[in-house]
Design a protein around this ligand. Structure first.
Ligand code: FES
Length: 143
């Protein structure tokens, strides 16, 4: 009897150590009307990950491009070479990585530099006029 009563207590104490928070989620970015057509606009968000008693908070970001036909492209700002953050250069009309001078076109394809593939993409959805991106991003070189 005593052992049976102790199991829930032990389970309660051990559970947090075994618990891993799922990191998959739809991230709300606000009204789609807030994103201009034809020009990438930056977004960012944070995600926390709980692994037992350890909690880490990571920042993520990217760019939303609403195309003239209405299609939406959500690119990660993480360079596919060594993960530096790329910036949109309006004058050059390309994403530029400051670390090793990589350049990506407006759709995230490699124009120049060492990156092995295009910028990763987030899935998107629009619900009631609001834009969401799916975390995690999908690697561009995966099917
Ligand atoms: S990290 Fe971007 S070019 Fe190296």
């Amino acid at each position: 009897m005593g052992a049976a009563m102790g199991i829930p207590i032990i389970s309660y104490l051990i559970d947090p150590a075994l618990k891993v928070q799922s990191s998959e989620a739809w991230i709300p970015l606000g009204s789609l009307e807030g994103f201009p057509v034809g020009s990438p606009k930056a977004f960012s968000f944070t995600r926390s990950n709980i692994n037992g008693w350890e909690k880490t908070v990571n920042s993520y970001g990217g760019f939303i491009l609403v195309k003239s036909g209405g299609d939406i492209l959500a690119l990660s700002n993480r360079c596919t070479h060594l993960s530096c953050s790329v910036n949109w250069d309006e004058g050059r009309e390309e994403y530029v990585c400051p670390c090793h001078d990589a350049q990506f076109d407006i759709e995230g394809e490699v124009n120049a530099g060492p990156p092995p593939h295009a910028l990763d993409q987030f899935e998107t959805k629009v619900e009631e006029g609001n834009l969401f991106v799916h975390f995690p991003a999908v690697k561009a070189h995966e099917g």
